[in-house]
Design a binder for this molecule. Structure first.
Ligand code: GDP
Length: 434
């Protein structure tokens, strides 16, 4: 799915715009306890085109000097990593400092860039655009994220300029993404994996534009390490402080089966590690935590257990993701990664027969009847698996909205237990049938 970065100062109306163009998500419940994270990205669709909108600015720390730091980095990442860029300006407050600089930075970019003036609530307010033409651009799209004025025309243009999404060619390889904060050891790990002599390695073009994957053969099996070229290329020369690129992370997560979430165990588990893992879960990937730099962690016989427990506690929504302590530097336990990946993938791509899933649901209900909710007696009619990768089930119920979240989680846990799916995300959707 193409990624559209929306850049602009805070309060220009990015999230209102997101809400307007986001496809409404129906009550899809996965096994994450009701966490509502700030929605700085949204999957959207216009006509037949699907894409992801990302407010890149929302992921950066605020600086004292917004242009020198924050906005500049935001635009750089958008230009480097996104498939299209929307610069959003504020038609109500008029031209602001930095608008000219932002436009300057986006000049000569070989990617679609669309300039939008938001908060133009109707044709009569288009006169407010006049000021903006003094910025040296003559193609501003007037829109109202709040009321919808101008949005359809603008969206038509956006999907017209987006590169066509080329779905990955199906092959038999398990696709692995390596994600994590800067400096946790991602490139060291990839180099270590690809450097092992018994692994036959080749670089292959990813089917998505500018992605280069590596294929490595372990034993009889081939694995595709998604987007590795970008990670390996970094090298030691770049001294500039690397910022976490949410767009890069999303791009590789969207193409993988299993995400390796690398954590610097020496530094300890940080909030950002958990956030990155949350993205992997949001994108429906299988997930393995790698606690790297284990060689320099001071340890006794209990240390591993303590780390695992902390990880569990801080990422409850990923309780199905196995963890492994490794050292990319010395190679400790790196070979074990593939066995874990195999197991996660086996579960991730599982299909369960309709008979079996219905028996599981029936037994679960027998064991623990759903309580009356909102005064309604619940009936579960029929369940079926509608997709794999990750396993996704639909269950027909008379009053889906009356099923308590905790009961849904109970059903998911029963499926996990009875079908032996303890290491993969699972989705369970309730549909109305009377
Ligand atoms: P990336 O930004 O996630 O790709 O991280 P790098 O692979 O560039 O590693 C960042 C730093 O951590 C480098 O100085 C590595 O040598 C070091 N490093 C990576 N893995 C290990 C490890 O397992 N043990 C130790 N001691 N250092 C490591």
């Amino acid at each position: 799915k193409p990624i559209v970065a929306v850049v602009g100062r805070p309060n220009v109306g990015k999230s209102t715009f997101f809400n307007r163009v986001t496809k409404s998500r129906d009550a899809l419940v996965d096994d994450r306890p009701g966490v509502t994270r700030d929605r700085l990205y949204r999957d959207a669709r216009w006509e037949d085109t699907e894409f992801t909108l990302i407010d890149t600015g929302g992921f950066l720390e605020r600086d004292d000097d917004p242009f020198a730091g924050h906005i500049r980095v935001q635009i750089q990442q958008a230009v480097e990593d996104a498939d299209a860029v929307i610069l959003m300006l504020d038609g109500k407050s008029g031209i602001s400092p930095y608008d000219r600089d932002m436009i300057q930075m986006l000049r000569n970019v070989y990617k679609p860039v669309l300039y939008v003036v938001n908060k133009i609530d109707g044709a009569e307010q288009e006169t407010q655009l006049a000021d903006f033409y003094s910025l040296g651009k003559d193609n501003f799209w007037p829109i109202s994220g709040e009321h919808g004025y101008g949005v359809p025309d603008f969206m038509d243009e956006l999907v017209r300029v987006l590169p066509p999404s080329e779905p990955d060619e199906p092959d038999d390889m398990i696709r692995i993404a390596v994600v994590g904060r800067p400096n946790v050891g991602k490139s060291s790990l990839i180099n270590r994996i690809l450097g092992q002599e018994r692994h036959v390695v080749s670089e292959v073009p990813g089917t998505t534009r500018d992605a280069v994957d590596s294929v490595c053969t372990v034993g009889e099996k081939q694995y595709r390490l998604v987007d590795t070229a970008g990670i390996r290329r970094k090298g030691k020369v770049s001294l500039k402080i690397e910022k976490f690129s949410i767009i890069k992370a999303f791009k590789s997560l969207d193409r993988c089966d299993v995400a390796l979430v690398v954590i610097d165990a020496h530094e300890g588990i940080t909030d950002q590690d958990i956030t990155v893992a949350g993205y992997a879960q949001d994108r429906g990937c299988g997930c393995v935590f790698l606690l790297n730099k284990w060689d320099i962690v001071e340890k006794d016989h209990n240390t591993t257990k303590r780390y695992y427990e902390e990880l569990r506690m801080r990422s409850k929504f990923l309780s199905f993701a196995p963890a492994l302590t490794i050292s990319a530097l010395t190679g400790t336990r790196v070979h074990k990664i593939f066995r874990l990946v195999d197991e996660v993938y086996r579960q991730y791509s599982t299909r369960i027969g309709t008979g079996q899933i219905n028996r599981i649901i029936e037994r679960a209900i027998e064991k623990n009847e759903p309580s009356l909710h909102l005064g309604k007696r619940l009936r579960f009619y029929y369940a079926t698996q509608v997709a794999a990768k990750p396993p996704s089930f639909v269950c027909f119920v008379n009053y889906p909205e009356a099923v308590h979240f905790s009961y849904q989680r109970y059903l998911i846990n029963q499926i996990r237990e009875e079908a032996g799916l303890d290491k993969t995300p699972i989705q369970l959707k309730l549909r109305q049938r009377t």
